[in-house]
Design a protein around this ligand. Structure first.
Ligand code: NAD
Length: 442
């Protein structure tokens, strides 16, 4: 991994978002409103956080932009793809996340963001049926068309660099198959053979992005870039990749709360998490095959924070095999709540001499309001990473992600602990600013 200082950005930064739904339009509207001085980008680390550089008498606390050369919000130019033809203004209105008073002042700019035709396969999201979809001969043709879209976007807008961000629906679960996903060669062969079962449309977007010299971020739990073939492609093209699944509500709480249990050496018998939400994301996740992708992602959070093998007395109880605590995650589609998700966590812990206790957390959150700043941070930091010569999986971005990517073929474990992730983030910013990455992860 490179530790070089990031080069200063030149020109505009194109942000091509796959999916122009609730998250994407809330992200775009927030950036445009901030630019006009109409809103504040609350929740964004790149806009607010201050970290330490230097030690002892030399130490200073600075905003990221004063440590590394981040792209300015004014330099962002948006584009998108979607299965539905609605422009960003119509889609923001439909999503019902933001109030009219916050969307109307941005009408002209949002209307100008018209989605390009999507690379889509209904088998990957049965509940969607828009017609703004590419006619593609096979998966390889999808890739070619997406590459052309990226090139045209660059030409038409004159942007210097492009980052591609997946904020589209969760696809059905695609388990990693070594024969297809094990190498770029095998992946390309499968795309050319139109292997629809193993090549999700999202893989075509990622392949196209990396081949066109764009970092790619997976905001859904899809396994798209979480396969050796994409790691190899990212290495070959020298492009950063990040994923997967924005860490927004319940999982943010989990990755921040589990360390309390771990640090205080309390025991855990079980953790039951359930949600109700009623947006289109909820509708897609109501389909069991799509929910499976989310479930795998959400379940992974606790395992690396509260590790049964490390502390069998504390975490070695509970489930069927009696080897660890019971961890269950549920998402229920409930239209009246729309984007205002409600999450409940019931945590069964135990203390001194094994006496049981319970913790209940009830989070009434807003999904897209929590996801939008993550989109901004992931985009700006991926662009920065690319200018610092970093490529492949960007583990320092784990902080923003529910199911952080890691090289499972080499036995690497993901870092889910929020505060360890924060150290990784801070160290990477320090390094890309030419300072020493001087904080240890305990
Ligand atoms: N909001 C959160 O808190 C949160 C957290 C983690 C992950 N996510 C993920 O972010 C994604 C977006 O969430 P959302 O609430 O905006 O959903 P949404 O349903 O409002 O928007 C998704 C959009 O993607 C489009 N789409 C689907 N497949 C596509 C394809 N192949 N190409 C182009 N467009 C496609 C859909 O038509 C839709 O407009 C989901 O996958 C969700 O699971 C959201």
């Amino acid at each position: 991994m490179s530790t070089q200082k990031a080069e200063a950005p030149k020109g505009k930064l194109g942000v091509l978002v796959v999916g122009l739904g609730a998250v994407a339009t809330t992200f775009m509207a927030g950036v445009l409103a901030t630019r006009k001085g109409l809103a504040k980008p609350i929740g964004s680390m790149t806009q607010y956080d201050k970290i330490r550089i230097g030690k002892g008498e030399d130490k200073k606390y600075l905003h990221y932009k004063d440590i590394v050369p981040l792209a300015e919000l004014d330099d962002i130019v948006f584009g998108a793809w979607d299965v539905y033809p609605a422009n960003a203004f119509e889609s923001a209105v439909n999503a019902e996340v933001l109030k009219a008073k916050d969307i109307l002042p941005l009408k002209e700019e949002l209307e100008a963001i018209k989605p390009m035709k999507a690379a889509f396969d209904k088998n990957y999201a049965k509940r969607l049926d828009g017609d703004n979809v590419k006619e593609a001969k096979d998966r390889w043709d999808m890739v070619e068309q997406l590459r052309e879209d990226i090139r045209n976007f660059k030409k038409e807008t004159g942007v210097d660099r492009v980052v591609v961000l997946w904020a589209a629906s969760t696809e059905v679960y695609v388990p990693v198959d070594e024969n297809v996903h094990g190498s770029v060669e095998a992946l390309e062969a499968a795309m050319k053979a139109d292997d629809k079962e193993h090549i999700a449309p999202s893989m075509c977007y990622a392949y196209a992005a990396l081949s066109e010299g764009c970092p790619f971020i997976m905001g859904a739990p899809n396994t798209t870039v979480d396969i050796p073939a994409m790691w190899e492609l990212a290495e070959k093209t020298k492009m950063p990749i990040a994923g997967k699944d924005f860490k927004t509500g319940q999982t943010l709480v989990k990755s921040g709360f589990a360390p309390i249990i771990g640090t205080r050496c309390l025991g855990l018998n079980g953790w039951f998490s359930t949600n109700i939400l009623g947006n289109r994301d909820g509708l897609v996740l109501d389909e069991p095959a799509n929910f499976r992708t989310k479930e795998v992602s959400k379940l992974s959070t606790l395992e690396s924070i509260l590790v049964p093998e490390d502390q069998p007395d504390l975490y070695g109880h509970g489930n069927d095999e009696d080897t660890q605590y019971y961890h269950k995650v549920r998402i229920n589609y409930y239209p009246p709540r729309n984007d205002n998700k409600e999450g409940w966590d019931n945590i069964d812990i135990f203390g001194w001499m094994g006496y049981p206790m319970q913790i209940k957390i009830n989070f009434l959150c807003r999904d897209s309001i929590l996801a939008a700043p993550l989109c901004l941070d992931l985009v700006l930091l991926s662009d920065l990473a690319q200018r610092a010569g970093r490529y492949g999986t960007q583990r320092f971005l784990s902080f923003f992600l529910k199911s952080p990517m890691h090289d499972y073929t080499k036995g690497e474990v993901p870092v889910n602990h929020l505060f360890q992730q924060y150290v990784m983030l801070k160290n990477a910013i320090r390094e890309m600013g030419g300072y020493e990455a001087d904080e240890e992860i305990d």
